[in-house]
Write a protein that binds this ligand. Structure first.
Ligand SMILES: Cc1cc2nc3c(=O)[nH]c(=O)nc-3n(C[C@H](O)[C@H](O)[C@H](O)COP(=O)(O)O)c2cc1C
Length: 459
C-alpha cells in the first residue's frame, strides 16, 4: 500500500471517482496546459500519453479547495486550526534506509528535457518550466530544512534556473552567504508529493523559521518518511516520484524568464541562481507532477495566508473565517466574516487584514451570516449593508504584491477596505433576513419532488 505522497493521493482520488484520465496523445507544449485550463485547473487529470515521452503527467491535483481539505483530513471549519496547530507544534520526520524514490538513480548523461515531459504553458514563456517542483535546501545557520514550490526554468542538459522571490529572505540570505564565502549550496527538487507536503511548503521561513519537514509531519499526523540523497547531503521524501539532486555554484546566476505569473501576466527577465543537477532519482514507472501556472498551486499558498490572517485578526475582533479568493490569485483579495461585538469591529478587521499581509489590495468584511465562499452573497452584503461615505477605507501608495501588473507599473499599491457589516443596536431590525420556513429540509430532500431524476438531468 502507498503510505505517503503522490500515489496515495491518486489512490484516494480514484476511489472517489475524482481523477480524470486522458489517454489520447497530448503535446506537452501548450496542449496539455490547455486541457487543464479548460477545467479551470480544478479537476485532477492523469495524462497517460504525452507526446515524446513514456512518463505520464498528472496536473491540477491541488486546484480545488474541497479536494485539498479532504486530502488533509479536515473540514472548511476546522482547517484554520489544523494549519495553525501544525505550525505551532512541529514534530520529527523519520529517516528510512531506503525508499521507492531511489529505485532508479541516474548520475551521468543527464538531459532533463530528454528524461522528463516538462510542459511549456504559455506562448511567451522562455522555456519549459517545472511548475510544481518543491525546492529543498538546508539552512546552514539553523540546520532546518527549507522547502518551497518555486518556478524552475529547464534549459536542457542538467541545468535549471531557480526563481527566488523577495518573499524568501532566508533563501536569498543563504545564497548571498554562499556567494560571499565561495561555498556551494546543495539543493534538491522534489516532484510527486501530497497535500500536507504542499501546504507545509507554503509557510514562510522568513516569518517563522520553522523546519518544514517537521510541520509536514504534524500536519499528516505521522512522521514524514525521508531518505538520504545519493549525491548530496540532504533528505527528501521517500515516497515521492522524482528527485533532482544538485548544487548551486557560489554567485552563479543567469537571466531567467519571461514566464506568465500569478495573474496571467508575463514577468520580466532577471538573473536567477543556476542549479546543476548531479543525480536524478525516481521510482519505477514514475509520474511527473505538473501544476499549470499560476492557478492551482496558489490556492495552497492562499490557504496558509488565510490561517496567518485569522490568527492576526483574532487578537482584535471575533473573526469567523477568511477567504483569499481565486479571482484575486489567492493573495490580492480577502473576504472576512466576523461576529460583530462593537461598532468599530468592521474597520478594525480591515486594518488588521491589511496589516497582516502586504499583498492584500482589497478586503471586504461581512457578518457571519454571509457565506464568504459565495460571491453572490458577498455582493449582496455590499449592496445592502455598505455606504461608501461611512464604510470605505482607502490607503494610497502602500507596499503591495510585485506579482500584479498595476503595482509593477507604479511600484506601490493602493489599499481598499469595505465594511459590509450590519450596524449593531436599534437599526439592526432593518437587516432582519427573510426566512422560508422548512427550506433546509426541502433542499436536503429535493430529489423527492422530481421522481425519475429530473434534478440530475438539469445538472
Ligand atoms: C505554485 C507556486 C509557485 C511559486 N513560485 C515561486 C517562485 O518561483 N519563487 C519564489 O520565491 N516563491 C514562489 N512561490 C512562493 C513560495 O513557495 C512561498 O512563498 C514559500 O512560503 C516560500 O518559502 P520560504 O519562506 O521558505 O522561502 C510559489 C508558490 C507557489 C504555490
Amino acid at each position: 500500500m502507498e503510505r505517503q505522497m503522490l500515489r496515495s493521493v491518486l489512490e484516494r482520488l480514484r476511489g472517489q471517482d475524482r481523477l480524470m484520465e486522458c489517454t489520447v496523445p497530448v503535446d506537452p507544449r501548450f496542449e496539455l496546459g490547455a486541457v487543464l485550463s479548460a477545467f479551470h485547473n480544478e479537476r485532477p487529470i492523469l495524462f497517460r500519453n504525452v507526446k515524446g515521452s513514456r512518463v505520464p503527467v498528472v496536473g491540477a491535483l491541488y486546484g480545488n479547495r474541497s479536494i485539498i481539505l479532504d486530502l488533509l483530513g479536515t473540514s472548511p471549519e476546522k482547517r484554520l486550526f489544523k494549519l495553525m496547530g501544525a505550525m505551532g507544534s512541529p514534530s520529527k520526520p523519520k529517516l528510512l534506509d531506503r525508499g521507492p524514490v531511489q529505485e532508479n538513480v541516474v548520475t551521468s548523461g543527464i538531459d532533463l528535457l530528454e528524461m522528463l515531459p516538462v510542459p511549456t504553458s504559455n506562448e511567451r514563456d522562455a522555456a519549459p518550466y517545472l511548475c510544481a517542483g518543491a525546492f529543498v535546501v538546508r539552512d546552514t545557520e539553523t540546520g532546518r530544512t527549507q522547502m518551497a514550490v518555486r518556478r524552475i526554468q529547464v534549459l536542457g542538459g542538467n541545468r535549471l534556473y531557480i526563481l527566488v522571490s523577495g518573499a524568501s529572505p532566508h533563501l536569498l540570505g543563504e545564497l548571498r552567504r554562499c556567494a560571499e564565502r565561495g561555498k556551494v549550496l546543495e539543493c534538491a527538487v522534489v516532484l510527486g508529493y501530497d497535500a500536507p507536503f504542499l501546504l507545509a511548503s507554503q509557510i514562510g521561513s522568513g516569518k517563522y523559521g520553522l523546519d518544514k519537514y517537521e510541520v509536514d509531519s504534524t500536519l499528516r499526523g505521522e512522521p514524514l518518511e525521508l531518505v538520504r540523497c545519493q549525491s548530496i547531503d540532504l533528505e527528501v521524501p521517500a515516497w515521492s516520484e522524482i528527485v533532482l539532486e544538485g548544487r548551486i555554484e557560489p554567485g552563479w546566476a543567469e537571466p531567467e524568464g519571461p514566464f506568465a505569473e500569478l495573474m496571467g501576466y508575463y514577468s520580466t527577465v532577471a538573473p536567477a541562481p543556476v542549479m546543476e543537477v548531479t543525480a536524478v532519482t525516481h521510482r519505477n514507472e514514475p509520474i511527473f507532477q505538473h501544476a499549470f501556472p499560476c492557478r492551482e498551486e496558489h490556492l495552497a499558498y492562499g490557504m496558509i495566508k488565510e490561517a496567518e490572517i485569522f490568527a492576526a485578526l483574532s487578537h482584535t475582533v471575533n473573526v469567523q473565517d477568511v477567504n483569499l479568493t481565486l479571482g484575486g490569485g489567492c493573495r490580492l483579495h480577502a473576504v472576512v466574516s466576523i461576529k460583530k461585538r462593537a461598532a468599530g469591529d468592521g474597520k478594525s478587521a480591515i486594518l488588521g487584514v491589511l496589516g497582516a499581509y502586504k499583498d492584500i489590495k482589497h478586503v471586504v468584511v461581512v457578518d457571519d451570516d454571509v457565506d464568504i465562499y459565495d460571491m453572490a452573497e458577498v455582493e449582496a452584503a455590499i449592496a445592502s449593508r455598505f455606504q461608501a461615505s461611512h464604510d470605505l477605507v482607502v490607503v494610497s501608495g502602500a507596499l503591495g504584491s510585485t506579482l500584479e501588473a498595476s503595482h509593477m507599473e507604479r511600484g506601490v499599491s493602493d489599499k481598499l477596505g469595505l465594511d459590509a457589516t450590519k450596524p449593531l443596536g436599534d437599526k439592526a431590525s432593518l437587516y432582519e433576513a427573510a426566512v422560508i420556513p422548512g427550506f433546509e429540509k426541502v433542499k436536503s430532500s429535493i430529489d423527492r419532488y422530481f421522481v425519475g431524476g429530473g434534478t440530475r438531468r438539469w445538472c
